[in-house]
Design a protein around this ligand. Sequence first.
Ligand SMILES: [Zn+2]
Length: 152
Amino acid sequence: MTRAYKVYSIENGTVIDHIPTPLALKVISILGLGSEGIMTIGIGFNSRKHPYGKDILKIENRELSHDETNKIALIAPDATINIIKNGEVSEKRQITLPSEVRDILSCPNPNCATNMLGARKHFMLENKETVTYRCRYCERATVVNADMLSKK
Ligand SMILES: [Zn+2]
């Protein structure tokens, strides 16, 4: 008997697996993906690692860059990235936290220039273990969580 896939497989593109539920939509927002092709989102699969389940995201006909996939580490450091070519996994990619992050994180300090004056958001990695980033404007250090993702 062939295994019934709950999310159909893709010929070419990028598969992001092991995203903790319900962060798949946040991953799409981090990547800035809009209506540029077919995406399949699976939410709430059984997972040994994640007590609330895992999400899977398949992006057809788009090979994400390393800069793009590293952003995923901000909220889903255990996510796995497979690049698919001609129906085969052509690359199993490791993700590492980006050393700096522009635009996608909002500073939690309400008095920061990025919030008061619309300065461009810019954070530097401070601590990999705790996923702490420091704002370049107000210098507040903060542990990243999904709520810091700026709303466009
Ligand atoms: Zn700031």
